[in-house]
Ligand binder design. Sequence first.
Ligand code: ADP
Ligand code: ADP
Length: 225
Amino acid sequence: MTDVVLDGVEKVYPSGHTAVRNMRLRINDGELFVLLGPSGCGKSTILRMIAGLEEITSGILWLNGAVANELQPRDRNVAMVFQEGALYPHRTVRGNMMFPLEVSGDDRAQATAKVVELARALGLNTMIDRLPGTLSGGQRQRAAIGRALIREPSLFLMDEPLSSLDAGLRTELRVEIAALVRSSGTTTVYVTHDQVEAMTMADRMAVLRDGVLEDVGTPEQVYAD
Ligand code: ADP
Ligand code: ADP
C-alpha cells in the first residue's frame, strides 16, 4: 500500500504544451481514486508521471513519503493496465499471469497456486489455458488486470481499461474491478472520461480540465455542487 502526493506538479511537453499545471492532490493509502475529465485534459500524463514513464517538469511527486524522481523503477512497485491489455500473444492466460512471478523468481508451486486463485477471482478459471487471441475483449482485459495484480503491487494504475469494450461489458466490469481492487486493498488510480464510471467506482475522485484540477472529493461531494 502506498500514498501519492502531487505537490505543485507540472508537465510541459517538449512541444511547449503544458499538459498539467500546478497540480496539488493527495491520494490516500488503499483508496480507489478516479481521475475524470475529457480527452486531452492531462489524465494519462498524470498517470504516466506516477508510473515513472514520464518526467515531471516541476513540482514534487511523493510516493509513500519518498520523492518519486529518486526511486528506481523497481522500488516504485507500480503496475499499470492500459486500454488494450497488451498481453503476450504467444502465452496463455496462465502464462501471461505467471510471467511477472517468473521474472521475480518466485517459487513455482506457490506461483501456480496464486495464478489459479486470482484467475478464479477474475472469472477466468475455465480460460486459463487459452491464448489471448481466442478471448473476448473483456476476457483479455481481465487477464491484463490479473497479470498486473499478481505481484501485489503497492500502486495499481489503470488508464481507460474499459473504453474499448461495449456498454454492457463496461457496466459489468467496472463493478468487478472496483470490488477486486477494494478487496486487495491496493491503492488504485483509475483514469476515465466516463462520468458514470467515475461516480460508481470512486472512493474519491478528481475532475480535471485543461491540465487543472477543477474539483476533488467523494462522488457525493463532487456532484453536490
Ligand atoms: P488525457 O489522458 O486526459 O486524454 P493526455 O495526458 O494524454 O490527456 O494529454 C494532455 C495534453 O498533452 C493533450 O493536449 C495532449 O495532446 C498533450 N500531449 C500528450 N502527450 C504528449 C506528448 N508526448 N507531446 C506533446 N504533447 C502531448
Ligand atoms: P467481444 O466482442 O465481446 O469482445 P468476441 O467476439 O471477441 O467478444 O468473442 C466472443 C466469444 O467468442 C468469447 O467468449 C471468446 O472467448 C470467443 N472467441 C473469440 N474468438 C475466438 C477464437 N478465435 N477461438 C475461440 N474462441 C473465440
